[in-house]
Design a protein around this ligand. Sequence first.
Ligand SMILES: [Fe+2]
Length: 249
Amino acid sequence: MSLIKIAKGSEAKHVYQNGISKLPILVGEYKDAAFERVSLQAGAEWTPEIYKLTEHNQVFLFTSGKGYIKTPRQAFIIKEVSVFVPEFDVEEFTIKCPVDAKETLEIIHIVTEVNDYDKTCLVESRMALPRFRGVSEAWQYKEDFTGADIVQKMMLEHRNLGRLSMGANFGSGPNYIGQHIHNELQQWYIMLPGASFTYTAGDETIHVEEGDVTYTKSGSLHGSECKEGERFAYIWFELCTDGYPGEIK
Ligand SMILES: [Fe+2]
């Protein structure tokens, strides 16, 4: 069984109904997270299902295109790579691709299971929701095993949304993200427009591009390289298997 699971962007064939297409990806690869690609054509409006805090958490990652999200109290403009986390079932919201949009609004929708750690954590202290953050508004962090000029952005902070976290890496080749390991973190990469690089986990090496989504289970050594003319542009999404060590469980 291969270590790196991949849903290729080039193999995604959208089928639209009322301007919306949903394609489940990486089905069954990890029990606690369900992924789907959602695409909205110009003029389409989507009102996703909402869940109680004790049922599921969900995250919407906007990877390309423009649009907006409307809640009863607020509106968020999607004009760059952005993430949205609704406040569970507190309020409904709609995601809209404008009538005059030149391109589709592309979304990776993630629904996660809420375990006991999540329930405790989310009730005791969590980031204020709904959270909407564009990549240009995200704070920058640095890991010493990455190339000096890799730009790393925090989209959803660890320990502030139960087991979930999300960030982004950008950089031009030649460049590298050194081999490292996360013993507790399940890890997904979502390749953004312009991405083209080589990803290695364990003894497997693959080339990834825009639209690809990979899943690598916890505990495997992994890293990436991009050559001259290639580019790092991806979102990482992580789920701590049981909860962060040393914390409430
Ligand atoms: Fe990693």
